[in-house]
Design a binder for this molecule. Sequence first.
Ligand code: PMP
Length: 340
Amino acid sequence: MAKHNDLISAIGNTPMIRLNRTSTLTGCEIWGKAEFLNPGQSVKDRAALFIIHDAVQSGRLKPGGTIVEGTAGNTGIGLTLVANSLGFKSVIVIPDTQSQEKKDALRLYGAELIEVPAKPYKHPNNYIKVSQRLAEKLDAELPEGAIWANQFDNIANRRAHAETTGPEIWQQTSGRIDGFICAVGTGGTLAGVAEALRARSDDIKIGLADPEGAALYNYYAHGELKSAGDSITEGIGQGRITANLEGLTIDNPYQISDAEALPYIFDLLEHEGLCLGGSSAINIAGAVRMARDLGPGKTIVTILCDYGNRYASKIFNPQFLRGRNLPVPKWMEGRTPIDI
Ligand code: PMP
């Protein structure tokens, strides 16, 4: 059993869990890296730790300083826990469309939370741009200064996965891995894990599981950043090539609809006891598609990004699902929706 001197040492080294029913369904070995078991309960703890360490080491983040970030929630949670543990403060800008559960967690952990109306990336009041301006303002005003974490274009994010997640997957599979696939928010996870695995083997296929409404499937499949449709998933769905994605090549790109993806996490909860969020659903659906393309007998790893509890009011709420014409599993029918 691991023993840690502080919270941040407990980030990473997550177990992998075999997804039994999708493995049987495809004749492949499908494994999920259980990132929901990080202290902040998501894959983003790793990026948060590397971004803060990098800012301290470069001298930009001073003792008592403030970390400002625009986030769909999970990066903010990771940054806030790491900041608390190292004596920094956090100011988090979040689009108002993100789940109430993530906003509540951020407030509970002590972040100063600023909710802004959701706007496209090009808009000057997009949450990322608001957070950048706020960081500059606070840096000028606060005696200890402030930094902008800039997770999308700060490659300390990608490095976190190239130096930890990827090597862990290689070790956990004893190098017997044929494919890795996940969705993209910043691209840190996909590009960082791909970098680590490709450095160890030429044979590994890298897949992209892109939700509808994102532009990367069209980019990697047809060379054009083009998007259509929509998704209820949070934290994924990118419209541009971030610095973290630069140089990445994709062997197997897939576009996955919510209607295709959600049944996998409903089935996992009902039959395997795993309660996962929407991005994990897209990832698992992508792993199934990749398994079908690579053929039986292959080992495919994906990321289980966060717990479904973080979306209880949405993905696990039959009224919410019905309002969006999404499938409601039988066991969920007749349950009292969580009222928030
Ligand atoms: N899933 C969830 C729930 C997330 O919050 C994020 C990060 N925004 C991702 C997946 C995507 O990870 P990355 O930023 O490394 O691409």
